[in-house]
Design a protein around this ligand. Sequence first.
Ligand SMILES: O=C(O)[C@H](O)[C@H](O)COP(=O)(O)O
Ligand SMILES: [Mg+2]
Length: 309
Amino acid sequence: MTAQKEAPVKITNKDIAQEFLNRYDTFLFDCDGVLWLGSHALPYTQEILNLLKQLGKQLIFVTNNSTKSRLAYTKKFASFGIDIKEEQIFTSGYASAVYVRDFLKLQPGKDKVWVFGESGIGEELKLMGYESLGGNDSRLDVPFSASESPFLVDGLDKDVNCVIAGLDTKVNYHRLAVTLQYLQKDTVHFVGTNVDSTFPQKGHTFPGAGSMIESLAFSSNRRPSYCGKPNMNMLNTIVSAFNLDKSRCCMVGDRLNTDMKFGVEGGLGGTLLVLSGIETEERALEISADYPRPKFYIDKLGDIYTMIQ
Ligand SMILES: O=C(O)[C@H](O)[C@H](O)COP(=O)(O)O
Ligand SMILES: [Mg+2]
């Protein structure tokens, strides 16, 4: 991993903020920890996004949170007074469905997908014509019994040829046990939405998708193909969808080993780390073999708005 050669620059005043904005035409925004913490919008999120729109900047949103579909995310943005189109949003659930369609080339109407995760994965699969099982099926909410589970008593579904595993806030032994049965079939592909070990919320840091997916990897002794940031397939999908000039793009995120790695390895013109999510200023400045340093960093995204007033 090539560490950013020059030390990251902290955006602390109007001149630095203005120079930063002038460098880029397109901003790829991570969501959790940057725009909001769960249902709590971070300060001036609406204002800074509206300002960038007024400046003619292109806004794209790239979240490793697979719990909602792209369409559902437009509603979350709207709840914060932000008007965003579905095509501007890329989730790790969508990236996983694209991987199933374009790389695994599973047959809609024939191949089914077992989902360990929430509705955002199944909804994206459905839009591509795939039937998915598991997910938020309420029969998985009851305590597990091998002799009574409806997912086992009649045997596994023979048309399931892929497992997609992602963040599931209703994780339980029933979901883990049935998912493992599918992963024990070597004909079933193992896809993980994202590697994030933790999930930032207001005042707390909770287990992330990666911590659940790695549990399934451990019990099945298999490695998942991860599709979210920093996977370059996800970036390439976005770059080609918008025909982007990467040199004029900046990735804005709160995690070094996903967002910053995604931007630097993707060859984007710049990266901005915000300290309102997972990372600290110390980690932003340290040189690590596991992830690159950001080009810029700031306490929180909305500070750009207040600085240039
Ligand atoms: O656990 C997860 O899935 C992630 O922490 C979370 O959803 C990350 O979302 P992002 O910061 O990429 O918007
Ligand atoms: Mg984040």
